[in-house]
Design a protein around this ligand. Structure first.
Ligand SMILES: *Cc1c(COP(=O)(O)O)cnc(C)c1O
Length: 527
């Protein structure tokens, strides 16, 4: 594919013809999970609408070089951003004639940035608090912890009930203290797909005079449509008094290409502390609503095109397809002895666990992968069992009938294979070592023992893109440096406490993310 002359470096001595470069990328993409086809239940949101990819790509290309840094230089981006924010606000109970007529917002690069900015705005709205804190249910997205980490805000985690997978509103209320700047809840939670009691939590926050953020990154674009289709969706948006901000990811169920989310605030005063302005240097006066300064117009234009093309009726139709797919997948799970739904699906997640000690979920995940179904394992956490997570999108609908038989088959194979048995010394390590005791040598040994082939100093490295997500999720990557079967890795992580899991993943991914010096990964040298 690539000749010796040009080598595999991203910067060859002599430029490579355009078509050959595209061929190289296509060859690399062969190693990825399939982004289309309705068999991938995480990372990717596919509506399977003919022509939509092409439209979004054209819109992306048309605005890729436009810079969101200065809305006065590029009014096209300002117009598209305002249109996106308006659409999100309307969908979520704001806008003219609603109970939140003054709602404003920002377009961000993703859910994580939206949450970091919600926490930043809350923190900086209370400059008198020296050590600010946020209250978050244990089911809240990891990005709240990331925001707390980045912004030096303390995190007060309220456990969810193992029965309902929701936080108790009274416990949330009791966790609010004088230094609390924000209370958060999810609609729905990513892990289990359940909607928190937003009304009661927001009311408690309002009584305490504290902001309340609803993380609707995952479900904000589907719950309103599911409600219109007759699902009993509880109030979770700006119609709920006390809700001060909401995040919704357009690169999830608005089906836009990646890199776009919306953060809404009930009024401009709530948004004001989100901005960063700086005039104390000899260059241009900087005024940024979001973390990035230079921002590509590509994702914004692609999202704009996607929303305009699909339209309200399109989203309703896609939600209906998704709803049917969720019902079908849940039925398939119920039909298998030894599997149990974690919750009756109330959004677009199907999440199940095992009730049979001879059925190892991580082995089951590998067996499903071998049958072409890419699911997401979730580890045991604080009294909650390990689970398998399925993010369901409209593209899954035509595949649902194939899932049941394959699930039954994979369960039979996983039972026959039996649970993963890790070497005793590995388990002992996981159980007894503190994260600090994980030396690079020890990690390299563990990685080798588990078949994770990182850390080599010569030869082609495996693919690096998204490796973190795949490893953390424990799916089976197809690259050269990660094993076919991830069950042993997951079993080890599952046996370890969270702090150890974090450290181990940092080390493992650090081994994968090494620069390549020779032939590009996944490209076969021509004879
Ligand atoms: C995906 C998600 C996020 C984080 O969004 P990214 O776009 O991955 O940064 C936050 N909260 C919830 C509920 C999510 O599903």
């Amino acid at each position: 594919m690539i000749d010796e002359e040009s080598g595999g470096s991203a910067l060859p001595d002599r430029g490579v013809p355009a078509q050959r470069v595209l061929d190289e990328i296509a060859a690399l993409r062969e190693t990825d999970r399939p982004t289309h086809g309705g068999r991938l239940f995480a990372y990717v949101y596919d509506p399977a609408v003919p022509g939509l990819d092409e439209l979004a790509a054209a819109a992306h290309a048309a605005s890729a070089h436009v810079n969101g840094l200065d809305p006065t230089a590029f009014p096209s981006l300002l117009a598209m951003e305002n249109a996106l924010v308006g659409a999100a606000a309307r969908l979520l109970g704001g806008g003219p004639g609603s109970s939140a007529p003054d709602v404003v917002g920002s377009v961000t690069s993703g859910g994580t940035e939206s949450l970091i900015l919600a926490v930043k705005a809350a923190r900086d709205s209370r400059p008198e608090i020296a050590a600010p804190r946020i209250v978050v249910p244990s089911s809240g997205h990891a990005a709240f912890a990331k925001a707390a980490h980045y912004l030096r805000v303390a995190l007060d985690v309220v456990p969810v009930s193992p029965a309902t997978l929701r936080p108790d509103p009274a416990t949330m209320a009791a966790a609010i203290g004088p230094d609390t700047v924000l209370v958060a809840c999810s609609a729905p939670s990513y892990a289990h797909g359940v909607v928190d009691p937003v009304g009661e939590i927001a009311a408690a926050a309002a009584v305490a005079g504290v902001r309340c953020h609803v993380d609707a990154c995952f479900g904000g674009w589907t719950l309103p449509y599911l409600r219109r289709l007759g699902a009993p969706v509880p109030p979770f948006d700006f119609t709920v008094p006390g809700v001060t901000s909401i995040s919704v990811d357009l690169h999830k169920y608005a089906y836009a290409p990646k890199g776009v989310s919306v953060l809404l605030h009930r009024d401009p005063a709530l948004r004001a502390p989100q901005y960063f302005a700086y005039a104390d240097w000899p260059g241009y006066t900087m005024i940024n609503p979001t973390i990035a300064s230079t921002r590509s117009g590509g994702p914004i234009a692609a999202a704009y095109a996607t929303l305009r093309h699909l339209g309200d009726d399109g989203y309703l139709r896609l939600a209906s397809l998704t709803c049917d797919a969720v019902a079908g997948l849940a039925d398939a799970v119920r039909a298998v002895d030894g599997l149990r739904l974690m919750a009756e699906p109330e959004s677009t997640v199907v999440c199940f666990t095992t009730t049979d000690p001879d059925l190892d979920l991580f082995v089951l995940v590998d067996e499903l992968t071998a049958r072409g179904w890419h699911t997401q394992p979730q580890l045991t956490y604080a009294g909650l069992p390990a689970t398998v997570h399925l993010t369901v999108t409209a593209a899954v609908a035509p595949r649902v009938a194939e899932f049941g038989p394959d699930l039954a088959d994979a369960v039979a194979a996983a039972r026959a294979a039996g649970p993963v048995e890790l070497p005793g010394e590995l388990l002992a390590l996981a159980a007894t070592l503190t994260p600090d005791a994980l030396t690079p040598d020890l990690v390299a040994g563990l990685a080798a023992g588990l078949g994770l082939g990182g850390g080599r100093s010569t030869g082609p490295a495996g693919p690096t893109a998204e490796s973190e997500g795949r490893l953390a999720a424990g799916s089976v990557p197809a690259g050269a440096s990660v094993p076919e079967r991830m069950a042993p890795v997951n079993a080890l992580l599952n046996a370890a406490p969270p702090a150890f899991r974090e450290r181990l993943l940092v080390e493992f991914v650090g081994l994968l993310q090494r620069p390549t010096w020779g032939i590009a990964p996944g490209i076969h040298q021509q004879a």
